[in-house]
Write a protein that binds this ligand. Structure first.
Ligand code: TXA
Ligand code: MG
Length: 359
């Protein structure tokens, strides 16, 4: 891609889809509010093979035209993501489901009607024309209709499907604001639509419907009990075997500072051990911990699981610091409505064992 920086505007040249020449798009600003005019501009960039970051109700997505292999390939390079990790395809309407999936079970239509647009991704057998690049070579595909007005307008104006992982570098925290995308992928992405803070704050629930019994691959704000109302049975829980979900890697959704999880009674000894090890410490807990807070940055966290999820990644980004700093998080409750938050914190803490600090 050629790139020329001018005084107030940037001119970018995108290879056209058919390779018949070059298309030109004029991009005045890279981060733009989700007005109609900007959405039209973003759709034009997508048609020309560009990458557009856009808000969804969960987290910001890094979108490319799902039927353009060159554009989809750019997603993997921009994120530093292994090519065998499949992408979710975002649709404007259930009418498009047949094109992207085959052998769709009746329950998938019921779930779609009940939860879409919304934070649920369905894993279905892939449609015959879907490329291996999208599915990581598997016979299944992840599909969802996002529940955010800007994402829906973009899909509608673009007129096709968008492959879109979270708009962060592979393994890092998902972005929940346009500024997070700009800070992390500003050089790689062609356009960022600013739709404000994402109202859900963590990634969609992923439900696998490609096997005889439904299985949750990634917990989210739509939990097992919510799904059971439509499924008529509780879905099975996550497993670490195929199909691949990068969230199943030991360290994922992780800040740069080491993150430790601790029960309330363990907070004090953990803080002491970290301070003794020369670390600055941020404590994230629902209630003010009973300890001498000198040298400790205490940040209260919400007591409601939905509020907690909405603030989780932005709070971690806010306090993150790569040098001599640790984040200590009070373990969330074990009830069902906290499962998705627990899952993300557990992954962020994965590998950071208590013994490493205390022992
Ligand atoms: O909320 C979300 O789902 C956000 C927004 C942008 O839509 N997207 C998102 O995408 O979190 P990503 O790529 O960061 O995570 C998608 C997850 C990955 O763990 C991927 O492996 C899994 O979905 N996935 C996609 N297709 C799959 C498939 N066919 N089988 C199993 N897992 C799949
Ligand atoms: Mg992701």
């Amino acid at each position: 891609m050629l790139y020329i920086q001018m005084s107030t505007c940037k001119v970018r040249f995108y290879s056209s889809r058919g390779g018949k020449g070059l298309q030109v798009a004029l991009v005045k600003e890279k981060v733009c509010p989700g007005h109609r005019e900007n959405i039209c501009q973003a759709a034009e960039i997508l048609r020309a093979g560009g990458l557009v970051a856009f808000p969804t109700e969960t987290v910001y997505g890094l979108g490319a035209a799902a039927d353009n292999p060159l554009a989809v390939g750019r997603i993997f390079s921009a994120k530093g993501r292994p090519r065998n990790h499949p992408l979710i395809v975002h649709l404007a309407s259930v009418i498009c489901l047949d094109r992207w999936a085959r052998e769709i079970p009746p329950v998938a239509w019921n779930l779609a009607e009940y939860f879409w647009p919304g934070p649920l991704t369905l894993i279905l057998k892939r449609g015959r024309e879907v490329s291996d690049l999208i599915t990581g070579g598997q016979d299944t595909i992840g599909l969802r209709i996002p529940g955010h007005p800007v994402a829906l307008s973009l899909l509608e104006v673009f007129g096709g499907a968008l492959a879109a992982p979270s708009a962060n570098r592979f393994g890092h925290l998902s972005p929940t604001a346009a500024r997070d995308v700009a800070a992390e992928l500003g050089d790689e992405v062609d356009y960022i639509i600013d739709g404000g803070e994402c109202p859900v704050g963590i990634e969609s629930t992923i439900l696998d419907l490609s096997a005889p019994r439904p299985r949750i691959l990634r917990p989210g704000i739509i939990n097992a009990a919510d799904l059971a109302e439509v499924l008529g049975e509780l879905p099975k829980g996550p497993t670490t075997v195929s199909p691949r979900v990068p969230g199943d890697l030991p360290l994922h959704y992780a800040p740069r500072s080491p993150l430790f999880l601790a029960e309330p009674s363990r907070l004090e000894p953990m803080v002491k051990a970290l301070l003794d090890a020369g670390q600055a410490v941020t404590v994230l807990s629902r209630h003010r911990p009973e300890l001498d807070l000198a040298g400790v940055n205490w940040r209260p966290t919400p007591c409601d699981p939905h509020d907690y999820a909405r603030r989780l990644y932005s709070r971690l980004r806010e306090v993150d610091s790569p040098v001599n700093h640790s984040i200590l998080v009070e373990s969330p409750p074990t009830s069902d409505e906290w499962e998705a938050v627990r899952d993300r914190l557990f992954r962020a803490a994965s590998g950071n064992l208590l013994q490493e600090v205390t022992g």
